[in-house]
Design a protein around this ligand. Structure first.
Ligand SMILES: N[C@@H](CCC(=O)N[C@@H](CS)C(=O)NCC(=O)O)C(=O)O
Length: 205
């Protein structure tokens, strides 16, 4: 039984597609579109939240993109996965951190820069989001001062989870020059071939 991932690449499902592409695990991609397919009775049976992404792997049904990624990394093992309980806790810490401290402001910055998802282009709202992001960005920039990756001496699911959310800073064309360590680390993460394949999926629709 192989993995099925529901959700188009131009959504938070991109995070899970990136993780799957890193692992090489076989998977089926069902291009469920938000606000269209997510409300159907068939889809609500898979995820009563009516949101993407969702992962199904035999009896396992999971929602929440960054938790799904924890499952994918553990299933694949190797360098992507946490190697011990400290790294598992660090995965939880950084995933919760990026979701609670940065995701909403990044989304606001992206929507109001591009004028998409029902939002107007609005420089004031972008500036407001950027000021909210200053605190978490300072934290991440400091964390990355003396290391290439967030935990251990390798790219792992911890980097992937944080970078997949931070990738919106690039889409929103935010100026990261005040945070050079984030810029360097994010460029390395988003330069990975697996992320490039997800970008191609986004372009293809
Ligand atoms: N915290 C959830 C958020 C999922 C989410 O909001 N997904 C959006 C697409 S990016 C969605 O499915 N929206 C459909 C809707 O709100 O009806 C996660 O990270 O998986």
């Amino acid at each position: 039984m192989s993995i099925t991932l529901y959700g188009i690449a131009a959504s938070r499902a991109s995070r899970c597609l990136w993780a799957l592409e890193e692992t090489g695990l076989p998977y089926q991609h069902v291009k469920t579109v938000m606000r269209k397919d997510t409300g159907t009775p068939e889809f609500l049976k898979v995820n009563p939240n009516g949101r993407i992404p969702v992962l199904v792997d035999g009896e396992v049904v999971m929602f929440e993109s960054l938790a799904i990624n924890s499952y994918i990394a553990s299933k694949a093992g190797g360098d992507l996965a946490p190697k011990n309980s400290v790294e598992s806790a660090a995965l939880m810490q950084w995933s919760l951190w990026v979701m609670t401290e940065a995701e909403k402001a990044l989304l606001d910055a992206m929507f109001h820069t591009l004028g998409i998802m029902g939002r107007e282009k609005d420089v004031d709202k972008v500036a407001e989001a950027v000021s909210i992001l200053e605190r978490p960005f300072k934290v991440l920039n400091l964390e990355l001062e003396k290391k290439n990756w967030l935990v251990g001496d390798r790219f792992s699911i911890i980097d992937l989870n944080v970078a997949s959310v931070l990738s919106w800073a690039k889409t929103a064309r935010l100026d990261l020059s005040a945070f050079p360590n984030i810029e360097r680390w994010l460029t390395a993460c988003l330069g990975r071939p697996a992320f490039g394949r997800v970008r191609e999926m986004q372009k293809a629709g």
